[in-house]
Design a protein around this ligand. Structure first.
Ligand SMILES: *Cc1c(COP(=O)(O)O)cnc(C)c1O
Length: 372
């Protein structure tokens, strides 16, 4: 259990690939006939795209979304040819040949990108696939209403392009009652009529829970696969995926009235045993958790006291017997009873940011039914 970590790392990060796969299957079951992709951008939300994507492929996932072209190039060799990899940021100018050479499918976000991809297809004798993204109200990426009208006057705009999906993205899917959801849906349906007939992809994790009208042909969950609650405030149907255990370096008794950490911001109200744990903001343990976060040992919650340093945090372990927190003891910082969402609430952020901040000094351990 809380045995001494055999490595020199300051913390152990366990990533449960089986839980990610079972979360994908839970979402897939909710989608009935709609297919389910996996969004693995930002290194699968910090959990390791090159481990996560092949595991999902083994349970049936065939559609993978990354943000950057470089992320797609990195992922392509670890997935079979039958898996499609879509690059959501589309084509940086001049990158068309590289995108095609790596067998990646761009998400075309502007008229210029459509023109550039069509030019790539010239003389190939076969169509090149692409997704076409429309802006349905978020004003971030995708064709505007004006660009759609322009396109509809150009019957050869998509010559040589096999439109795999028409796509858009929801701004407020995590707020089921927000009127923007219905407005974006209506806008998306109208936009599709102005484009070549093709399947559609619309819903992210939370969008899946808005109901079948939002499902179309392919859903694109990310966060829910990694255990983040898709509907804030509701019971979370997803399994937790990460466990982060920080290692105790030493403990000390501080007397009542003595202070701990930078700025001496925490003053002990009574004599307390303080454990110094080797995780800090350089590991993505957010500084905003100072004085607010907590750690757990078994079922005992232990308050974080004082500031979060670059490499250390200090935890009040007075509630435990002295021999329970000897140097090398692992203390839970993220676990099934102190989830990514719980920590995010403490830190004033969202689970997405807790995951994508997870640091690179941790010893990473993958739980996987089929070891690679
Ligand atoms: C990140 C992203 C997703 C996945 O969103 P989640 O909320 O993590 O499920 C889907 N589509 C687009 C366009 C994205 O940028």
């Amino acid at each position: 259990m809380n045995s001494i970590n055999p490595t020199n790392a300051g913390a152990l990060l366990t990533i449960d690939l089986d839980a990610i796969c079972s979360n994908w299957l839970v979402l897939k079951a909710r989608l009935s006939s709609t297919d389910c992709a996996a969004v693995v951008k930002a290194d699968a939300y910090g959990l390791g795209a090159r481990r996560v994507a092949p595991a999902l492929y083994r349970v049936g996932c065939r559609h993978f979304f990354v943000a950057h072209l470089g992320e797609g190039i990195d992922l392509r060799p670890v997935l079979p040819a039958g898996a499609a990899i879509y690059v959501m940021h589309g084509l940086p100018p001049g990158a068309e040949a590289e995108c095609a050479a790596h067998g990646l499918v761009p998400v075309l976000n502007s008229l210029q990108q459509i023109d550039a991809w069509r030019a790539m297809t010239a003389g190939r004798g076969q169509k090149l696939p692409a997704i076409v993204q429309v802006d349905s109200g978020m004003a971030r990426l995708g064709l505007s209403a004006r660009e759609l009208r322009q396109l509809s006057h150009n019957p050869s705009a998509f010559d040589g392009i096999a439109v795999a999906f028409v796509m858009s993205h929801l701004a407020c899917a995590d707020e089921p009652d927000h009127p923007a959801n219905a407005a974006q849906l209506a806008s998306f349906v109208a936009s599709r009529r102005m484009l070549p007939k093709a399947p559609a992809t619309f819903a992210n994790s939370s969008g899946i829970f808005l109901g079948p009208a939002f499902h179309f042909d392919l859903a694109r969950p990310g966060a829910a696969l990694y255990g983040v609650a898709p509907v804030p405030g509701q019971p979370n149907p997803m399994q937790p995926v990460v466990r982060l255990q920080g290692k105790v370096m030493q403990t000390r008794i501080v007397e009542a009235g003595a202070a701990v950490g930078y700025s001496l911001s925490w003053v002990a109200p009574r004599a307390s045993r303080i454990a110094t744990v080797s995780v800090g903001y350089a590991d993505g343990y957010l500084r905003s958790l100072g004085g607010r976060g907590s750690a757990w040992l078994g079922k005992v919650a232990l308050p974080l006291v004082g500031r979060v340093s670059m490499d250390t945090i200090t935890i009040d372990v007075s509630a435990l017997p002295e021999d329970a927190t000897l140097p090398g003891t692992l203390i839970d910082l993220l676990s099934p009873h102190h989830t990514v969402d719980d920590v995010a609430t403490c830190a004033g952020t969202i689970g997405y940011e807790i995951l994508t901040s997870l640091g690179h000094r941790y010893q990473r351990h993958y739980k996987d039914a089929i070891p690679v």
